[in-house]
Ligand binder design. Structure first.
Ligand code: NAP
Length: 322
């Protein structure tokens, strides 16, 4: 392992948390590498537009992602498009193993791997993924022009994506397990005012019905009455929250019962020198703004950690050479 494989800081994940961290790390003059296996922007790339990122009243998610990546690139942040397979904590250096077989080391690591869409676990869901079942309206909505779709969920994602789909589809049924949306007030108002959206309250999907070509309907159950019914539909879009992408979380790192990483106010995890930023972290609000803010906090704290670590290593070298 040569000096070219050794960094002050390695950031895993290129969403707003990782890229925010990248900017602050470069400003702190750390030798930094950001590793991302997919598209830069993370979960932002799965949205249509963003209306609540400070300074932007309305911006397309694609443009915002490009701006984030461009901003980090303007500081000369090194980015590698690779998959990390393992993170092995150490005392002076943590080791980051890559899919291509390389092993990199860094004094500090920021985990900003975000989350993935939660699945319903309903019969027919996995078998029809890509054949009518989707977790991304921006990616797949196009295929449902003038068709009927079912959106499942009642949070911000379901509301935003339901509204996006209403611009494309002929009809959107929004199936929610309660009689009140969880989404923010403005989104709730827009959903309830959208004439193409019909709410199906207190209900869940029992079964996704399909033929050889894909989804043809859903079987519903009303949780209050127990009654079952069916809706003919061409697509089922599931937006029922996220699960943290915690596969790289090393053994022994503290997580909560839902698998989110527990950090202190500096975004430092229970393993010294490893920080978590964005949706992977246990916190109250999961927003683009709070992910970017986590990135800032984690990078500033990592810079302090790296400086102290280097000073200690320099002292021990001096001591040994006397
Ligand atoms: P969420 O806020 O956790 O909402 C999930 C929704 O799905 C809830 O309505 C929930 O019902 C329902 N649900 C959960 N599990 C279910 C199941 N097994 N079967 C049926 N329904 C189920 O998730 P999200 O909407 O994906 O948002 C995740 C985070 O990102 C939130 O913090 C959100 O504010 C944020 N976000 C923000 C924006 C924005 O600000 N523009 C956009 C998207 C997401 P209950 O309500 O009954 O629990």
């Amino acid at each position: 392992m040569g000096p070219e494989d050794t960094y002050d800081l390695i950031i895993i994940g290129g969403g707003p948390g990782g890229l925010g961290a990248g900017i602050y790390a470069m400003r702190a003059a750390m030798k930094t590498l950001l590793i991302e296996k997919g598209a830069m922007g993370g979960q932002v790339t799965m949205s249509d537009s963003v209306e609540n990122y400070l300074g932007f009243e309305h911006v397309s998610a694609a443009e915002l992602s490009m701006k984030f990546a461009g901003h980090a690139a303007s500081y000369g942040l090194e980015v590698q498009n690779q998959e990390v397979t393992d993170l092995e904590p150490g005392t002076d250096f943590h080791r980051v193993k890559l899919m291509d077989g390389r092993v990199l080391k860094a004094h500090a690591v920021i985990l900003s791997t975000g989350g993935s869409p939660k699945k319903l676990g309903t019969p027919g869901e996995d078998a029809n993924y890509g054949k009518g079942v989707s977790y991304c309206a921006v990616c797949d909505g196009f295929f449902f022009r003038n068709k009927t779709v079912v959106v499942v969920g009642g949070g911000d994602s379901a509301a935003e994506e339901g509204l996006y789909l209403a611009k494309i589809a002929k009809k959107v049924y929004m199936v929610h397990r309660r009689d009140k949306l969880r989404a923010g007030a403005i989104l709730q108002k827009r959903v309830l005012a959208e004439c193409k959206i019909e709410m199906v309250w207190d209900s869940g999907i029992k079964n996704i019905i399909a033929d050889k070509s894909g989804v043809t309907g859903v079987e519903l159950q009303n949780f209050k009455t127990g009654a079952t019914s069916t809706i003919d539909t061409d697509g089922v879009f599931v937006f029922i929250g996220f699960v943290p992408n915690n596969l790289l979380v090393p053994a022994g790192m503290k997580m909560n019962a839902e698998g989110y990483v527990i950090t202190d106010a500096k975004c430092e995890t229970s393993i010294p020198g490893i920080f978590a930023a964005g949706d992977l972290r246990e916190k109250y609000a999961r927003q683009i703004l709070t992910a970017a803010a986590d990135g800032c906090t984690a990078a500033l704290a990592a810079a302090h950690y790296v400086e102290s670590k280097k000073a200690l290593l320099d002292d021990s070298c001096t001591f040994e050479s006397i």
